[in-house]
Design a protein around this ligand. Sequence first.
Ligand code: BGC
Length: 565
Amino acid sequence: MRFNSARRGAAAGAAAALLAGGLVALVGSQASAAAGCKVTYSVNQWNTGFTANLSVTNLGDTLNGWTLEWDFAGNQQVTQGWSGEFSQSGKHVTVKNPSWGGTLATGATATPGFNASYSGTNTAPTEFKLNGTLCTGSTGPTDPTPPTSPPPGNRVDNPYAGVKAYVNPEWSAKAAAEPGGGAVSNQPTGVWLDRIAAIAGTGGAMGLRAHLDKALAQGAGVIQLVVYDLPGRDCAALASNGELGATDLDKYKTSFIDPIAAILADSKYASLRIVTVDEIDSLPNLVTNVDPRPTATPNCNTMKANGNYQKGIAYALNKLGAIPNVYNYLDVGHHGWLGWDDNLGASADLLAQVAKDSGSMANVHGFITNTANYGATKEPYFTIDDTVNGTSVRQSKWVDWNRYVDETSYALGMRQRLIQAGFDSGIGMLIDTSRNGWGGAGRPTGPGAKTDVDTYVDGGRTDRRIHLGNWCNQAGAGLGERPKAAPQAGIDAYVWIKPPGESDGSSTEIPNDEGKGFDRMCDPTYTGNPRNNNHMSGALPNAPLSGHWFSAQFQELLKNANPPA
Ligand code: BGC
């Protein structure tokens, strides 16, 4: 899992737009009486201009002639359009079908695009209308049927506040068995329900009830579960492919979510606050790793087309959200993935749509960043607002136009955007700090030299990855901040969801019965792919399968811990 998507260069994006322009693809057909549409809007921008690509899918009856409309938030001005007739009046843009493509059948997609100028901030439009109908991504009620009332329970604002978190004895024993591991082996970590057999316990491991019982015995007030078994799991990478095929949605519901919900609803556990981290990486993949992006993968295209990620997560949110002491947290990737303008807003809007599909946005209590990733909690020696000789650090190779340089600024920025998308203003963020410490001998002790932006950023950054898109068993990483409730306003907790010492994926192919594939991003000799902009993987050698204990990595994390262990 956790691959990420390098932002494409503006030039490559523009070329892709021209190639894609003009295609009207029939992606399916279904009988429908209702009007409905779905629009995606992606942008490649530079200082004063941008190229935008739209994909407009008609979910309703066949349209004989179509008109798409939106309002810009700022001073954006279309200078040239294609695959549609563009006109703009003030902030209002109207695109009429091109003369050669007036018919948009049910399920068909039109892909107009345009170049534009702007100054200041290039905020993406959030509302589009097709022939007067607001495009919400659906034509009517979605699956599951929404209840009308918000989920029950008197949930506290921050489930981590004032209580002890559950220490997983299985992880704790492995950590304690490593030299020096006793310094951190009493920390709370996530319990991963990563396959159906994990519910009952497999291969001698504790099952869900055993963990909950043990949490009660420990006097814990909060337990952290990762719900992770979607159909077609990990569509942009191979290391955490799972047991369910792309179309196994019913099995996901009845053999995975329902049994978990039945156990969590047991009144015996009513005193525990149960945090669930739901299906990491999946929804962000549907934004960044699908056509027409150069980072697209066939599996992510499949999952986007069949809708099973959205349907599975909406179902899980609905079932788990109905249990009064469950706190659902959705994954929002990390700054090195969704921190670019064309990824952030689209991801927030997709999460909002899935939350609505679950029946109530209140089924989502908060969001988590950096799960199993390596982005620093705070970069101490530079911020996104710094400049060198008048040039913004955003223009450095490392930052590459991202809006954020670390997880704290990203979590708070994403939080604002999620609230704008309709989530409650009380939502809290979690940051997975299990492996983002970047301490040890190589850690900079002050800002880089102000010779040019690259020297400044590379000299001062504590995140010492080869590229921000690298995600597998990173060499040089250290344990990060110890788990902690309410470290600052808007952040519910620093958490260790990825248990330190558990591998991200094997360095070479290892046959197995877990559905795990071999992703070359875990091979230290690999020279990369479009999602890390073709850089070396930076992975440690000799790693076992994802989730398996990797002693050498644990020791490296301990050695490079920051704060020190
Ligand atoms: C693996 C899971 C494992 C989890 C925690 C994931 O990469 O796919 O099987 O439980 O990491 O280590």
